[in-house]
Design a protein around this ligand. Structure first.
Ligand code: UDP
Length: 231
């Protein structure tokens, strides 16, 4: 069992079948499993994406920086929903934001992140890195380094890393284990390239798995072989 993990949840995972907005049932199912991890005394950081509302890089016919700030704000909305669902389950959780917004969330610093983890709270990192042209994958890699996480649990709407997009190529094969170098050289979609490099440089493994089986969150944290291990 890992003792300290960073869980990355894509925004889409929070929206259920609708693929947009926040679906309380989907958030609830994920938070039920975070509660299980929390009861096992795992220290948990969470990064939530924003793709259920907005992705800056999509063609919004908008200046990119502005578009990325909208994306970062989307992650704040999702993070509040996750905190609310955790608190309803009796799990203490705190939202830290990479951008100042005092009424909504405390500003992220490494020191308050450490303080809250030590107090046994789930720490939700919102507003990404606070910088445009980055993603919540990069944020997950960065915060995992800063919190000395042993692993990043990457909960996606796909059940691992494939040699090609399995929706488009029926011959695509799923990897059980793969090296960072292979992910980079083949441009595979585990996390984005910048975050994969950061994980490689800091030797943080990734477990990529499907969120549609929410028990996977616990299995991955227990070190069970599920999805794809990138190391
Ligand atoms: N974003 C950003 N900087 C960051 C993190 C996120 O600009 O450090 C913006 C970016 O526009 C991104 C959006 O927030 O497209 C939502 O994040 P992401 O696409 O990573 O969400 P996911 O695909 O995981 O749901």
């Amino acid at each position: 069992m890992y003792k300290r993990v960073l869980l990355k949840i894509s925004g889409e995972a929070l929206s259920g079948d609708k693929k947009t907005n926040i679906d309380p049932d989907s958030v609830g199912k994920i938070c039920d499993r975070i509660k299980v991890l929390h009861e096992k005394e795992v220290e948990i950081g969470v990064v939530v994406g924003g793709g259920n509302f907005w992705r800056g890089r999509d063609n919004h016919d908008m200046e990119r920086t502005t578009s990325d700030y909208i994306g970062m704000l989307a992650t704040v909305m999702n993070s509040l929903a996750v905190r609310d669902a955790l608190e309803k389950r009796g799990v203490e959780a705190v939202v830290l934001a990479a951008i100042e917004m005092n009424e909504i969330a405390e500003k992220y610093t490494k020191r308050n992140m450490e303080k809250y983890l030590k107090e046994g709270k789930v720490v939700i990192f919102s507003a990404g890195t606070g910088h445009p042209y980055f993603s919540t994958d990069t944020c997950a890699a960065l915060r995992a380094c800063e919190m000395n996480a042993e692993v990043i649990l990457v909960a996606k709407t796909i059940d691992g890393v494939y040699s090609a997009d399995p929706k488009k190529d029926k011959d695509a094969i799923k990897y059980d284990t793969i090296s960072y170098n292979e992910v980079l050289s083949k441009n595979l979609q585990a996390m984005d390239l910048a975050s994969t490099v950061l994980c490689m440089e800091n030797n943080i493994p990734l477990v990529v798995f499907s969120i549609f089986e929410p028990d996977n969150i616990v299995k991955a944290a227990e070190g069970e072989t599920i999805g794809t291990l990138v190391k």
